[in-house]
Design a protein around this ligand. Sequence first.
Ligand SMILES: [Fe+2]
Length: 325
Amino acid sequence: MQNDLLHWTPEHQKRFTRDNLLFTHDLHTSDLFSDEALIALIDRFPREGVEVFTMGYDPTNWKQWFFGRRSHKDGSDLDGRQLMEGVRAGRLWLNLRKVNHHDPLVGALCDRMFEEITAKTGISTLKPDLGLLISSPNGHVFYHLDIPLVMLWQIRGVKTVYLYPPQAPCVGDAALEGIALRESDEQMPFDPAYDRLAYVHDLKPGEMLTWVQNAPHRIVNRDMVNVSLSIEFMTPKAIWRANLIYANGLLRRFFGLKPSLANRNVWLEPFKIAYARAIKLLGGYKGNKSPLKPSFHLDASRPGEILFDEGVTPPERPSAPIAAE
Ligand SMILES: [Fe+2]
């Protein structure tokens, strides 16, 4: 019998997926995520599975989230060690996508996590997707929400997580439906006034935070490299809610109805779910979301340096306040 990965209380077992929950774990002591292990993982990872981003400084200006290339201008790739140096020196956000599908060791760990969750809670889970995030000191992720459920396991560094309730004013029905329908590239507008509704926590190595489905969140790294696992997953109930949002979005857009998640009409829901599934089978709603377009290169000889493409306005670093005499 192997040890549990998470430290569970009866309350954690009862409230899993129903509430925002903070857990502790010991994964930060695992050799799986040492610098050398991460470098080796990046080097054997499928090329297109390693995504590189950088970002501006103003948390309300989500247009300054830039997708980049992990290569020099001459087309040659930076290797794992060079990317790690870039993270340390610059303002990068590396996302290794679906690591559980590409790496047997991480895949086995991910299986163990979900077996444990089912054993502790009785909840069956589906579609696990483990992303490995390696990010720069002071880097951040703009205000957004995810359609699946999420667990954020902190391995290294400290990040401040701002978590908001999945309802108005933080997110309205139409905006939530737009995300489910992949309607456009637009992220959600963030108003700093929402912060007074937020649960704010400094997530430390050995902690894991999971939140209620569709809760908007934003994340700000403290002044050190961060390594985290962002694990998305579904449950039958979560899929039901996702399909309901999808159907509501179709009804609003095709028939001008004004459905609301807050006033759920339970007897109508099976019809809505069937409707959502049918539309998805027919190819789904055609939104305007475009594939990510890269806008910068990296330079291995100058770690952390971002070489933006022509026509891209680089974000301006805010000037340091002038200290009092
Ligand atoms: Fe997220």
